[in-house]
Write a new protein. Structure first.
Lengths: 297, 278
């Protein structure tokens, strides 16, 4: 039983990491209805930029601020150059544009900072916490716990922002109905810029945590794809959904690997989440927390 | 133009005026072929006509929502209080006091009624106290919204959504509301209720209205002035009461003629053209 909990807790905490990436998708999808395929590339770009500035000698905080600045610029440029000319085009057009953007951002990041694998040190040990091990006999990584803490803080912040601020309300309004938002004088372009900046920030946080765990490398963009089953489970439009979805995906993939993996030769945690997502699509296509499509009959 | 009712009211201050605008969609579809109209301060002006006559397009040309639908004002000008406003963004226009309530209500379905109203105040950046005061003003006119304030707008009735859309516009403290087809899909009783409120807002809050309506009879009862559009042109204009008693209007839009009630489909299109456009 102890082993079960250990796997579960490890899974939950690593699920938090998926949630971070999913959050970025949710932000942009909510406010502009665009499924931003480039979110994974943005995570990679953010991590690489942060490490790049650190290598140039910038201290932690300065590098963080500079990397955030770069993400904001990237977001604004995307809005201006890619999305604005495509306003009112079909969703699929926008989606294709973000796929193009993915390759561009990946190339840009490596073009500027090079493609070698870098380590990223946040100064947090990825080691089991001793007193938990003494008390309960379960291994819990302090890094995972730290990531969970950051996630909780970030989600609370975002939820408050969306729910109670003027701009947050406007973001949700824009997500519901562009035209109506325009008609009451909400400046869509400003809103989209804000959204892309916030998504950039979320990508930066995700990039730092993933980078610190696995090293800053191109594979980050693939890890980011795990956000897709998370989104399908949690719902594309829900911030809490992204978190809960991440937790479910993280824990089930680890449990499946440990308890079922043996029968099929192991390595199932790389595809198990997608199977779950598929099954989920059949049962509840809007996700656990997604907004139901409201149709008046 | 051979209009039968030549209304020349004592020329009050020209508040909103549209001068000979032409609108083309997608660079090829000519929808408005030179429409001119004026809305005097503090009046309710009805813009009438059948489907596709260009009512909504006229309103969107004023509020600059045309661009989002690939429409363009290719000729003419729109002036509000003496300055041209045709090149402004909707955001700037709302700040100057002109706001549109779109056809089909367009409430934010996943926001509560109160949140919908609050988004209406976006351009004003009000303080919390001012917002509360504005909300109370809206609830005063639409007590029904107050009872539904926490419901998701998507789950409220059509009438409540229409009220929500008008209330949301009011939160921007407009001087002029462009109201597009408020009666669409609503029960006659609710339509009356909404028009009563419009009249009330007009007289007590001094908001001017330009309203596009297919429901000619109701619109003319509440409006001060009326314009009738057909095929992208103004074919008749004048005092609302005179329009309502005009024989042609009665026959074409109210289905009334000397021979009693009559279906609109029996009125031959060519005859209407001949009588008005010759």
């Amino acid at each position: 039983m102890q082993f079960f909990f250990e796997v579960l807790i490890g899974g939950l905490l690593s699920g938090v990491m998926y949630s971070f990436v999913a959050l970025g998708f949710v932000m942009i999808y909510k406010a502009s209805g665009v499924f931003n395929f480039a979110q994974g590339a943005m995570v990679f770009f953010a991590a690489l930029t942060f490490v790049g500035f650190q290598e140039m000698g910038a201290p932690f905080w300065l590098a963080l601020i500079l990397a955030f600045g770069a993400m904001v610029l990237l977001g604004i440029a995307t809005e201006r150059i890619v999305l604005r000319p495509l306003v009112n085009q079909p969703h699929i057009t926008l989606f294709m544009a973000t796929i193009g953007l993915t390759f561009f951002v990946e190339g840009l990041a490596q073009g500027i900072w090079g493609s070698t694998v870098r380590g990223l040190d946040l100064g947090i040990q990825d080691e089991p916490i001793e007193w938990i091990m003494d008390k309960a006999g379960i291994l819990v990584s302090s890094f995972d716990l730290f990531a969970a803490g950051v996630a909780a803080a970030l989600v609370t912040l975002l939820a408050l922002f969306f729910q109670y601020t003027r701009v947050g309300r406007a973001l949700r309004a824009v997500a519901d109905d562009h035209q109506a938002a325009l008609s009451i004088g909400i400046p869509l372009q400003n809103i989209w810029r804000i959204v892309w900046a916030v998504a950039g920030f979320v990508a930066l946080v995700a990039g730092l945590l993933w980078g610190a765990r696995n090293g800053v490398q191109f594979a980050l963009t693939f890890t980011a794809l795990k956000a897709l089953p998370v989104l399908i489970l949690g719902g594309f439009t829900s911030v809490p959904g992204a978190i809960v979805g991440g937790l479910i995906i993280g824990s089930t993939e680890k449990l499946a690997e440990v308890y079922l993996g043996g029968y099929v030769g192991g390595g199932i945690d790389s595809w198990f989440p997608y199977v779950m997502a598929l099954a989920f699509l059949l049962i509840r296509p809007e996700g656990l927390f997604g907004e139901k499509h409201i149709d008046r009959v | 133009m051979n209009t039968t009712t030549q209304a020349t009211p004592a020329a009050p201050e020209n508040y909103l005026s549209i001068n000979n605008i032409e609108v083309i969609y997608d660079h090829v579809i000519l929808v408005l072929k030179g429409v001119s109209l004026t809305v005097p301060k503090g009046k309710i002006v009805a813009l009438l006509g059948a489907n596709g006559a260009g009512k909504s397009t006229t309103l969107k040309a004023i509020s600059n929502l045309l661009h989002a639908e690939r429409g363009d004002v290719t000729k003419g000008s729109v002036e509000f209080k003496g300055t041209r406003v045709d090149q402004l963004t909707p955001n700037e226009l709302v700040k100057r006091g002109v706001i549109q309530v779109m056809e089909g209500r367009h409430c934010f379905a996943h926001l509560s009624i109160e949140e919908n109203l609050l988004t209406g105040a976006y351009t004003r950046g009000n303080s919390r106290a001012e917002l509360k005061q504005n909300l109370e003003m809206v609830y005063h006119y639409f007590p029904r919204l107050k009872t539904r304030r926490t419901s998701q707008a998507g789950y409220t009735s059509g009438g409540e959504q229409q009220m929500c859309a008008i209330g949301r516009a009011l939160m921007a403290k407009p001087e002029m509301i462009l109201l597009d087809e408020p009666s669409m899909g609503l029960a006659p009783q609710i339509v009356e209720e909404i028009f009563e409120i419009v009249k009330d807002l007009n007289s007590r809050e001094n908001v001017s209205f330009l309203l596009a309506e297919q429901n000619t009879m109701v619109a003319l009862r509440y409006a001060d002035l009326g314009y009738i559009l057909e095929n992208g042109r103004v074919v008749m204009e004048g005092d609302a009461k005179e329009l309502a008693s005009n024989e042609d209007v009665k026959e074409f839009y109210l289905g009334l003629s000397s021979a009693g009630r009559k279906s609109f489909k029996d009125v031959k299109h060519y005859r209407r053209r001949k009588r008005w456009l010759s």
